[in-house]
Write a new protein. Structure first.
Lengths: 357, 334
C-alpha cells in the first residue's frame, strides 16, 4: 500500500468570474522512502495540489478527489480535528519563503516547541532537549544560543534550516518541500538540498519536492511528475524523463534549458505563454504552443493511455511504439528554432489573446 | 582588443556609511571594492556572484545612479567625474540604460506602454513631434516582439515575459550603447526565459549593444557571456573570458559556485567542492581574504593578506594566494 495515494485530485477556486480549475485530475502515488519531484512553471498547480493534500487551502477552494489516502486513512473522511493530528505530524511541509514562514514575534525555540507539544507532548525539559537536538541535526552551529534567536536574527539559509527542523520535529513519514531553495543562493541551496536528502535517507521518510528548476530535479529526485496549467502531463522515472521525455511540453522545456542547447545560435523556445483563467484553449491545453499539434489536438482533450506507464497526457506521446508522430511533426522538428521576434507560429487558429480582459 | 572600449572602469569602489545609533557605532560597508574591466561594443560582460556580493551596487555605479567613492569610470571616452549629489551630464546618461529584475515593479501601472516608451523621447529629444514619437514607439514595440495593438495597454494586462520586453523597449528608446541587465530573466519561467534571452541576443546583433549582464544563474551566463567577473563580498575574485573561466575555474570560490549549481542531467554525479557556512556580514569583515572562513584551502596566511587580482595568464586574473593548488585540485577532481 502506498504511503500517499491520490487519484483524480481537482481543486477549483470560486472567483468573481466563476469557477477556476487550478488543478485537474492529478494522480500521485508515493511509497515509503521515495523521493518525488513535482515540476512545472508558475500557474501549473504544483503548490496548490500539495496544499490541498495538506488541507491548507482557504474555504474558497473546492477540493475533490476520487481517492485521497495517507497511510490507508481516507483524508476526505477525517474530521478536521483528526486531520490536524496528521498534518504537521506525520505529514509535514516546508515553504518557499523561510523568512516569511516563521513568526517574527516568537523565538525559534518557542516555535519548534509548539510543534512538539501539539503532536508528541512530553515535559518542558524533554521538549527543549528535542528542539536542541533538531537544531543540531539540521546543521545549525551553536544550537544552545540559536534556540533563543528571533527569526530576524537569522539569515535566509538559517531560517530554512529552522523550518526544516520544525517540519521533521515529529518524525514525519512524508515531507513536502515547496520550492525550499528558490529564495536562497546557489551555495546555500546546495547545502539545504544535501541536508534534505540526508535526512530523508536517515529517517526513511518520503520526500516530495516541488520545484521549477530542472537542475534541482535531476540532482535530487528519483521520480518526477510534470505539470502544465493544472494538468499532470507526464510521470516518469527521472533518468528516463531526461533521456526520453514523453510529452511535447517536457521535451520543449528541456530543450529550452541553456545548458542543453549546445552550440545552436539561439535557444529553442516555446512560443506563447501558459494559459490563464480566461484563455484556456479547447482540446489539449498545450496545443497552441505545441510544435506537433494537429486539428485533433485542438478539438479533443487528450486522456492518458491506460497502458502508458508514464501516463502521458497527449494524443501523440513521443517515442511511443504504438502511435507514430503525426505527419506534420517530422517537418517541423527539423525546422530551425523559433525566432522570438515572430513569437507566434503561423497557425490556422486566430492568435490567442495573451492579455487578460 | 584594438577596438575602443565603450566603457572602462578602473578600481571602481563604492562604500556606504552606516550612521551610528544608540546601540551601534557608525560603520563603513564596502559594497564594491576595486572593480576594473573594459566593455566593448557587441560584447557581453557577465557579473556573477551570490546576494550581497556587490553585483547590484556595480549596476548602480555603472548607470550613474550613484557616484563611485573612488576609482575612474569612462563611458564612450568621457570620464565621469562626480561628486556626491551631482547629476551626470545628460549625454552620458543616454548612453547607459538599465533593465531591472522584476518587470512587475519596474513599470508604472498608470501609464500605457506607448506613454512609457515616448517619455524618454519627450525629455531628451525635444525636437521630435508627437507623431514622430508615436512612430518611434510603435517601431520599438515591433522590434521587441510585441504587436501594435499592445501600445495602448497598461502593464497589468501583460505577462511577465511581455513586461520584460516592454522594459527592454523602454531602455532602447534613446539608442544607448550600453545596457546594464540586472538579473533580467530570473523572475521569468523557463519557457519565457529562453524567449527573452534570444530577443536580447537579436538586439545585441542589430544595434551592436554592449551588455553588462548581472546574474546568479550560471547556465544562462555560460550561454551568453563573452567575459565573466566572479564577485565575492564586494570584490572581483576571478575575471576572464567566459569559456576559460567556465572550463578551468581557478579561484576556490568560483569552483565552489560552479559545483553547487545543479545540472539538469540525472546521470551526472560529481564530487562537490563543499562550502561551509555563509558569506560574512559586511559590517564585520573577516581579516585577510574574505573567502578564507569558508575556503577548504585556507591557511594561516590567508587570514593575514587580502590577495589582489593577479594575472595567471594574459587573459585570466585571480585573487587567491593558493591559485595553483586550487587549479590543480580541480583538474584532478573533474
Amino acid at each position: 500500500m502506498a504511503l500517499l495515494d491520490i487519484e483524480g485530485l481537482s481543486v477549483r477556486f470560486k472567483t468573481s468570474s466563476g469557477l477556476f480549475a487550478a488543478v485537474e485530475d492529478v494522480d500521485i502515488n508515493v511509497d515509503r522512502g521515495e523521493v518525488w519531484s513535482i515540476v512545472g512553471e508558475s500557474g501549473s498547480g504544483k503548490s496548490v495540489s500539495m496544499l490541498a493534500t495538506m488541507g491548507l487551502l482557504p474555504w474558497t477552494a473546492q477540493v475533490t478527489a476520487d481517492k485521497m489516502a495517507f497511510d490507508g486513512q481516507d483524508l476526505q473522511q477525517l474530521s478536521s480535528r483528526q486531520r490536524r493530528r496528521i498534518v504537521g505530524g506525520e505529514m509535514s511541509m516546508i515553504f518557499q519563503e523561510p523568512m516569511s514562514s516563521l513568526n517574527p514575534c516568537f523565538t525559534v525555540g518557542t516555535q519548534i516547541d509548539e510543534m512538539i507539544k501539539q503532536h508528541l507532548g512530553g515535559s518542558r525539559r524533554e521538549r527543549h532537549e528535542r528542539a536542541l537536538d533538531l537544531l543540531a541535526q539540521v546543521g545549525i552551529p551553536d544550537p544552545a544560543r540559536r534556540i533563543k534567536a528571533y527569526p530576524h536574527q537569522l539569515s535566509g539559509g538559517m531560517s530554512q534550516r529552522v523550518m526544516i527542523a520544525m517540519a521533521i520535529s515529529c518524525n514525519p513519514r512524508l515531507l513536502i518541500a515547496d520550492e525550499p531553495t528558490t529564495a536562497l543562493d546557489v551555495t546555500i541551496q546546495a547545502q539545504i538540498l544535501e541536508l534534505l536528502l540526508r535526512l530523508q535517507e536517515d529517517t526513511g521518510m518520503a520526500l516530495i519536492l516541488i520545484t521549477h528548476d530542472m537542475g534541482v530535479v535531476a540532482e535530487t529526485a528519483k521520480h518526477v511528475v510534470v505539470q502544465y496549467a493544472g494538468r499532470q502531463v507526464e510521470k516518469q522515472d527521472v533518468k528516463s524523463l531526461f533521456a526520453h521525455p514523453r510529452h511535447p511540453y517536457t521535451e520543449a522545456l528541456l530543450s529550452a534549458l541553456p545548458e542543453r542547447a549546445g552550440d545552436q545560435d539561439r535557444l529553442p523556445t516555446i512560443p506563447g505563454v501558459v494559459p490563464g483563467q480566461h484563455d484556456r484553449p479547447s482540446g489539449c491545453l498545450f496545443n497552441p504552443r505545441c510544435q506537433y499539434a494537429t486539428e485533433h489536438c485542438r478539438e479533443v482533450e487528450p486522456v492518458a493511455a491506460p497502458d502508458d506507464p508514464a501516463s502521458t497526457l497527449c494524443h501523440y506521446p513521443l517515442d511511443h511504439p504504438a502511435a507514430g508522430t503525426p505527419p506534420s511533426a517530422a517537418s517541423s522538428q527539423d525546422s530551425p528554432p523559433q525566432d522570438p521576434l515572430s513569437s507566434n507560429p503561423p497557425s490556422p487558429n486566430p492568435p490567442r489573446p495573451e492579455v487578460r480582459p | 582588443m584594438s577596438r575602443d572600449a565603450v566603457l572602462s572602469a578602473v578600481n571602481l569602489t563604492r562604500h556606504y556609511q552606516i550612521k551610528g545609533g544608540p546601540f551601534s557605532k557608525p560603520a563603513t560597508v564596502k559594497a564594491l571594492n576595486e572593480a576594473s574591466f573594459e566593455l566593448y561594443p557587441g560584447q557581453t560582460l557577465a557579473v556573477v556572484g551570490e546576494s550581497g556580493c556587490g553585483k547590484s551596487t556595480l549596476a548602480r555605479v555603472l548607470t550613474m545612479i550613484e557616484p563611485p567613492t573612488s576609482g575612474k569610470l569612462t563611458i564612450s571616452g568621457h570620464e565621469v567625474s562626480l561628486k556626491e549629489g551631482q547629476r551626470p551630464p545628460a549625454a552620458l546618461r543616454r548612453e547607459v540604460q538599465i533593465i531591472f529584475q522584476n518587470p512587475y515593479g519596474s513599470l508604472n501601472p498608470r501609464k500605457t506602454v506607448a506613454t512609457m516608451l515616448e517619455e524618454p523621447l519627450k525629455l531628451n529629444r525635444k525636437e521630435m513631434s508627437a507623431a514622430e514619437r508615436r512612430e518611434a514607439a510603435l517601431e520599438m514595440i515591433a522590434k521587441v516582439g510585441l504587436r501594435p495593438e499592445h501600445a495602448d495597454r497598461y502593464p497589468h494586462m501583460f505577462s511577465g515575459g511581455q513586461r520584460q520586453r516592454i522594459a527592454i523597449a523602454r531602455a532602447l528608446m534613446l539608442n544607448p550603447k550600453i545596457l546594464v541587465l540586472d538579473e533580467p530573466v530570473s523572475a521569468l519561467d523557463l519557457s519565457i526565459q529562453a524567449q527573452v534571452l534570444n530577443l536580447l541576443a537579436d538586439l545585441q546583433e542589430e544595434f551592436g549593444l554592449a551588455y553588462v549582464f548581472i546574474s546568479h544563474d550560471l547556465s544562462v551566463v555560460r550561454r551568453i557571456a563573452d567575459d565573466v567577473i566572479v564577485m565575492y563580498f564586494g570584490q572581483p575574485v576571478e575575471t576572464g573570458p567566459a569559456e576559460e573561466v567556465f572550463t578551468k575555474p581557478r579561484h576556490p570560490y568560483t569552483q565552489a559556485l560552479f559545483s553547487a549549481t545543479p545540472v539538469a542531467d540525472p546521470n551526472r554525479r560529481r564530487e562537490r567542492v563543499h562550502l561551509k557556512g555563509e558569506p560574512p556580514s559586511p559590517l564585520a569583515p573577516p581579516p585577510g581574504c574574505p573567502f578564507a572562513p569558508r575556503c577548504h584551502l585556507a591557511t594561516d596566511e590567508c587570514t593575514q593578506v587580502d590577495p589582489p587580482l593577479e594575472h595567471v595568464n594574459d587573459q585570466v586574473e585571480v585573487a587567491c594566494i593558493h591559485v595553483d593548488q586550487a587549479a590543480a585540485k580541480y583538474a584532478e577532481a573533474s
